[in-house]
Design a protein around this ligand. Structure first.
Ligand SMILES: Cc1ncc(COP(=O)(O)O)c(C=O)c1O
Length: 391
């Protein structure tokens, strides 16, 4: 594969002129192409009001197409959500729960995965798959899902890449366990989509939610909700509105006694007016990733984060993220004493990383993207206090 000309792509990211920015798992900078697309939308809105609705509608369709490619899913399964939490709530509120049902998820999950189900704890049991704090990185073994999932499990829910430790799950293996017991597999792809290629079809993932503000470089609220279209006949959207129907522009507004015809595709999960700035920003950012070449984005992201792991290992830090490429994406976490103070002192030197909550108070989380250079990684590692790791 041809190597990326980094200096060319770095010009698209003005953030590189201010910071060594290594915190994409938190919220990424958008490339200038995204700014231009959103500015154009706002200019059109100022000058044309709704008269550009069709133009924006075409861009929404483009976003669906692009996202389907990045997820290797089906375009008709893609719709949008403000954020991951909205998407997870569609499932938590849409499943027809029976008393005694359970949900299985890792015990290291981000709160947006947990709370929509925890809210139902009076009737629905939450079962936590235990993370293994192994020498070669923190991971939740598939055997944990085997142990907990049973015929009363309705949802297995996990972040395909963990936000704190950076481990990547074997989705195919977890889907196999979930499906054997008639459960759906719901994936929070916040730390995976846009960083690594997902293969929803071949992995057997049923539902995906993610916010666009991280690895897909979209504006805030440019998130995605995806459902495998084969699930549509079995799942009733919990929230509907005028935009959820088959033909929103030609509804008979005089007679509501006959019910309504739900959209045949994932637009059934829309309720009202689309979030054009978020979605059009996502159309531009996903197009940007496809234009750079998504395979190259993924390869460089793994390469630069792999280089970071090597440098940290040489410096004697204990790494919390699994080393193998297939078991991680672009997040690297490591232990260091007094991580929060280190993060603050790095910020003064214009080096941006995060941690603490994410690493359960164990250290620092670093999340470089494809456009970061090895020299930026060197600058980061060389700015760390010399003291070695502590767990
Ligand atoms: C795994 C994961 N899920 C969800 C979120 C955020 O949730 P939302 O998109 O609802 O703001 C984050 C980080 O902010 C995350 O790391």
């Amino acid at each position: 594969m041809e190597r990326l000309n980094l200096s060319r792509y770095r010009k698209d990211f003005p953030v590189t002129r201010r910071f060594v920015f290594l915190d994409h798992a938190n919220m990424s900078p958008s490339p200038v192409q995204v700014g231009r697309a959103v500015n154009k939308l706002m200019k059109e809105k100022m000058e044309y009001a709704h008269l550009k609705f069709d133009v924006w509608g075409a861009q929404v369709e483009q976003a669906r197409q692009n996202v389907a490619r990045i997820l290797d899913g089906r375009k008709e399964g893609v719709w949008f959500a403000n954020n991951t939490s909205d998407g997870i709530n569609i499932i938590a509120n849409g499943v027809e729960w029976r008393k005694g049902d359970n949900v299985v998820m890792p015990n290291i999950e981000f709160p947006s995965v947990v709370y929509p189900f925890l809210k139902r704890k009076a009737t629905t049991e939450l079962r936590y798959a235990k993370a293994d704090y192994a020498e070669d990185g923190v991971q939740v073994p598939v055997s944990e899902f085997e142990r907990l999932v049973d015929d009363r499990t309705r949802v297995v829910c996990l972040s395909s890449v963990d936000y704190g430790f950076g481990c990547r799950y074997d989705l195919k293996a977890v889907a196999e366990v979930a499906h054997r017991h008639g459960s759906i597999l719901l994936v929070d792809a916040s730390q995976a989509a846009g960083a690594v290629q997902m293969n929803l079809g071949s992995d057997g993932v049923d539902v995906v939610a993610f916010g666009g503000q991280k690895w897909t470089f979209a504006p805030s609220a440019g998130g995605v909700f995806y459902m495998n279209p084969e699930m549509f006949p079995k799942f009733t959207p919990p929230f509907v509105g005028w935009f959820s129907v088959a033909d929103p522009m030609n509804q008979i507004l005089t007679n509501y006694t006959e019910g309504f015809e739900i959209a045949p595709d994932a637009r059934r999960f829309a309720t009202g007016h689309p979030n054009f700035p978020g979605i059009i920003g996502l159309a531009a950012s996903s197009q940007y990733l496809l234009d750079v070449g998504f395979a190259r984005v993924e390869a460089r992201g793994l390469e630069v984060s792999g280089y970071l792991m090597k440098r940290l290992r040489e410096a004697g830090f204990g790494i919390l993220t699994p080393a193998e490429d297939r078991k991680r994406a672009c997040i690297v976490s490591f232990t260091i004493p007094d991580g929060n103070a280190v993060i603050e002192s790095l910020k003064k030197r214009r080096i941006i990383v995060s941690g603490y909550l994410q690493t359960r108070r164990r250290g620092i989380r670093v999340s470089p993207a494809f456009y970061n250079t090895n020299a930026e990684i060197d600058a980061f590692v060389e700015s760390l206090p010399k003291s070695k790791s502590s767990s």
